[in-house]
Design a protein around this ligand. Structure first.
Ligand code: BG6
Length: 492
């Protein structure tokens, strides 16, 4: 593996510095980049929150969290000491403009360094934080801001957030993160499509029957109930992760890859999505909410009990039949499905090819299954091409389903880095290619908003499904009505 290139020194400020995302993802990712020598000695990580700690207390707490969230084989005491010494803590109450002196003093120590402001907090705080950063004069041409999804809770609020952030930062300084774009297998999708010749001629309505994007999780909402109640599966997963995957599968090849060309092509896909009108809602969208059930054989409560709201109508599952109205994809449905507390954890893109036009093997045993390309994101990264082979031996032609497998770990002999590792370094480098541009986010909201509006009008809430199953039966009907079935992939 080529050595990691050291990035420029920076002050990496995390608003929500004691929160779930910082602790589970951001600090471990920065720790691992430090371990691989990508952070220069001057780089600092500044936790900003209302937790009322001091730097010594923050360092202690984060040392414990890193020991918890970085796997044993990736943790070494030398890096841990070095990384923890980079940590600073400032107490900031976003709502109180009088409270920003600590951050100001801390950043003043490193005038001229790149400043990354990572907003790992509720979208309602994005505008006020940016406004205060401007008032405190903390933003310069080398600063960047990172926004966690969901950006807003509908199109209007997303526009308002984008306006408020855009009043302080140039679009080129705004990094809207979707961690799915940092996954190795997702980036490999572009390489598979465009650095090889064999797929692209088939990658359209003439050879492809349909595409499925399945992101199913076995975990429930856990401690994130407060956030999830106002989000639900549509805002948490569909509007961003699933639509981004759809864009990468469906987009046209850009002339070359740079910060704008890929995003231009993704935008065209979002703009070509067929509107889901109120009349189409029943046929094209199914929402669900998990009730009590089993997870790994253990009884677990339903969503309403978990969030202590017996009236909650928040969807923890959504399945959608989407269509892209352009020449390449005419008549090819894209089935999207995501849910929590399902029977397994599995994220995959399934490209289902059409059947052979004519069977020239009369009397052969078995039948030839149509080809299927499965791109696995989780639990194991890889790719599998399902095809039909002749079973060796005498006795005529016997068909045998076989697969060509690419398993990342076996092939590359090392685990892939976490998506955040790559993306955080791209922020410091100032490379926005793998981040969502404002127009993309708004186009995605525009499309999903019709579903939200339809739900508001319709009397029907999410269908209940028992925890530990594969979702509501209506979701099975949604695809079976078209003579197709969900691909129920690997279990983990
Ligand atoms: C996050 C969602 O963006 O993605 C979570 O907020 C979800 O609800 C998570 O669990 C899934 O990410 P991954 O990488 O584990 O598939």
């Amino acid at each position: 593996m080529p050595p990691a290139t050291t990035v420029e020194p920076c002050d990496f400020v995390v608003f929500g510095g004691t929160g779930d995302l910082a602790v589970r993802k951001l600090l471990p990712a920065l720790y691992l980049r430090d371990r691989d020598g990508q952070l220069p000695a001057e780089t600092r990580v500044v936790g900003a929150s209302r937790a009322g700690l001091d730097t010594a207390g923050y360092r202690d707490k984060m040392r414990g969290e890193l020991e918890r969230f970085v796997s044993d084989d990736q943790l070494d005491s030398e890096t841990l000491v070095r990384f923890v010494n980079r940590l600073e803590y400032v107490s900031v109450d976003v709502a109180d403009p009088a409270n920003w002196g600590g951050l100001n003093d801390c950043l003043a120590l490193r005038e001229g360094a790149i400043r990354v402001f990572y907003l790992a907090c509720a979208p309602a705080l994005f505008g006020p934080i940016c406004e205060n950063l401007a008032l405190e004069d903390l933003v310069d041409a080398k600063s960047r801001v990172v926004l966690e999804k969901p950006i807003g809770h509908d199109l209007d609020s997303a526009r308002a957030v984008n306006e408020a952030v855009g009043a302080v930062f140039e679009e080129s300084q705004i990094f809207r993160i979707d961690h799915y774009l940092g996954k190795e297998s997702v980036q490999n999708l572009l390489v598979t499509r465009f650095a090889n010749t064999f797929l692209e001629p088939l990658w359209n309505y003439t050879s492809i029957d349909h595409v499925q994007i399945n992101v199913v999780e076995s975990l429930g909402v856990g401690s994130r109930g407060g956030y999830y109640e106002s989000a639900g599966a549509l805002r948490d997963m569909l509007q961003n992760h699933l639509l981004q995957l759809l864009c990468l599968v469906a987009m046209e090849p850009p002339t070359y890859v740079d910060r704008e060309t890929v995003r231009d092509e993704k935008l065209k896909v979002l703009q070509a999505l067929k509107q889901i009108t109120y009349d189409d809602l029943e046929k094209c969208v199914v929402s669900g909410q998990y009730g009590p059930g089993l997870a790994d054989g253990v009884a677990v409560p339903g969503y309403q009990q978990e969030v202590e709201n017996p009236e909650s109508q928040t969807e923890t599952f959504i399945a959608v039949k989407a269509e892209i109205q352009n020449w390449r994809w005419a008549g090819v449905p894209f089935y999207l499905r995501t849910g929590k507390r399902m029977d397994r954890r599995c994220s995959e893109i399934v490209v289902q090819f059409k059947s052979v036009p004519h069977s020239m093997f009369p009397g052969s045993e078995g039948h030839s299954e149509p080809n299927r390309l499965v791109i696995q994101l989780q639990p194991h990264e890889g790719m599998r091409l399902h095809m039909t082979a002749k079973e060796p031996g005498p006795g005529g032609i016997r068909f045998k389903p076989v697969s060509l497998d690419l398993n990342y770990i076996e092939t590359f002999k090392r685990p892939s880095p976490d998506a955040y590792e790559r993306l955080l370094m791209d922020v410091v480098r100032g490379n926005p290619t793998l981040f969502m541009r404002r127009d993309e986010v708004e186009a995605a909201w525009e499309w999903v908003e019709q579903i939200l509006v339809g739900w508001d009008v319709s009397e029907r809430g999410p269908r209940c499904y028992p925890a530990g199953t594969n979702g509501p039966t209506d979701a099975t009907t949604l695809i079976e009505r078209d003579g197709r079935a969900w691909h129920e992939g690997v279990t983990a």
